[in-house]
Design a protein around this ligand. Structure first.
Ligand SMILES: [Zn+2]
Length: 314
């Protein structure tokens, strides 16, 4: 598991685990986005893996993928608030022995958002835990956690990752070097905020692609051109053409009587209705040519005119 900038915490936890002294209740405290969830998963691996959180065995992999039956992330309701129901479930199921290993690990994320009534429900379990139960809490502000709980957990303060740690994480997660550097600096190394920004950018790009495809579907080439040429940034532009290729391929599939795989079925359907097979093939080929980088060094406006003239070519 990637635990950037948490070498210290990992070292302490690992040593404690090797000495068989891992506490039955662990609390990771630190700012939002510093990687407390990753540490919670790592702690669960330490508790359950026979090989000191090797990261490679089926147990470790299942924990990382969120599919281990004995690692239970207690669910929050929509809106990120805890409701009473999951606590009832925990109380009911905690007595049931683990499926696979020695322990059942309950993880309560952002426990500083839990209400006193939730803590009270848990108190007995944490205070006098059955031998098969382990607890991991995460929180940003320990001042909001009742003393009765705090006194029964071992707290590990999670340090903020450095800008370099964050950049390294982003690059290894597939973000381009330049972008990784820019994001890490903008968000002062907060990995969570960087990831949020990336997914925000991505949904904006997908929405732009949908917009452009809708204009094309309506044969409004002028508006498609204007929207395309207004894009800034080469990567966004490539990504938009990438999305367009998918939509055009769906339109082709519909023409052949197959079903569309893309989520924008309506737009693909409209394109299929309004254009000939040959025209759609041209759209798909030209968009593919651009997003695969075959059309070199074009800025947004040039890409836009290359694309529009490419698809209108008779
Ligand atoms: Zn393992």
């Amino acid at each position: 598991m990637k635990l950037y900038g948490k070498e210290k915490a990992v070292e302490v936890l690992e040593k404690t685990a090797r000495q068989n002294r891992l506490p039955h209740a662990i609390m990771f405290s630190g700012k939002s986005g510093v990687g407390k969830k990753a540490l919670a998963l790592y702690a669960a691996q330490l508790i359950l893996c026979d090989n000191n959180a090797c990261g490679e065995c089926a147990c470790c992999r299942n924990i990382e993928n969120g599919t281990h039956p004995d690692v239970i992330f207690v669910k929050k309701a929509c809106g990120g608030k805890y409701s009473a129901e999951p606590f009832r479930e925990v109380l009911k199921n905690a007595v049931v022995l683990p499926n696979n290993g020695k322990y059942k690990v309950y993880v309560f994320e952002d426990c500083d958002t839990m209400l006193p009534v939730h803590f009270n429900a848990l108190l007995k379990l944490v205070e006098e835990p059955a031998s098969h139960l382990r607890f991991v809490f995460t929180c940003a502000n320990t001042a909001l956690v009742p003393e009765t709980i705090l006194s029964r957990v071992t707290e590990y303060a999670v340090p903020d990752p450095t800008v370099d740690d964050c950049e390294r994480f982003l690059i290894e997660s597939g973000v381009e070097q330049e972008k990784a550097k820019e994001l890490s600096e903008t968000f002062s190394g907060n990995i969570g905020e960087c990831l949020e920004s990336i997914s925000g950018d991505e949904s904006k790009t997908v929405a732009s692609a949908r917009d452009i495809a809708a204009a094309i579907a309506a044969r409004d080439m002028f508006s498609a051109y204007a929207k395309l040429s207004a894009q800034s940034g080469r990567n966004e532009l490539y990504r938009i053409f990438d999305c367009l290729v998918n939509i055009f391929r769906d339109a082709q599939a519909i023409k052949y009587g197959e079903s569309a795989e893309n989520t924008d079925k309506d737009i693909a359907q409209k394109i299929a209705n309004n254009f000939s097979e040959e025209e759609i093939m041209r759209m798909s080929d030209t968009a593919f040519e651009i997003c695969s980088g075959e059309v070199f060094n074009l800025n947004a406006a040039l890409c836009a005119s290359y694309f529009i003239s490419g698809i209108m070519d008779n």
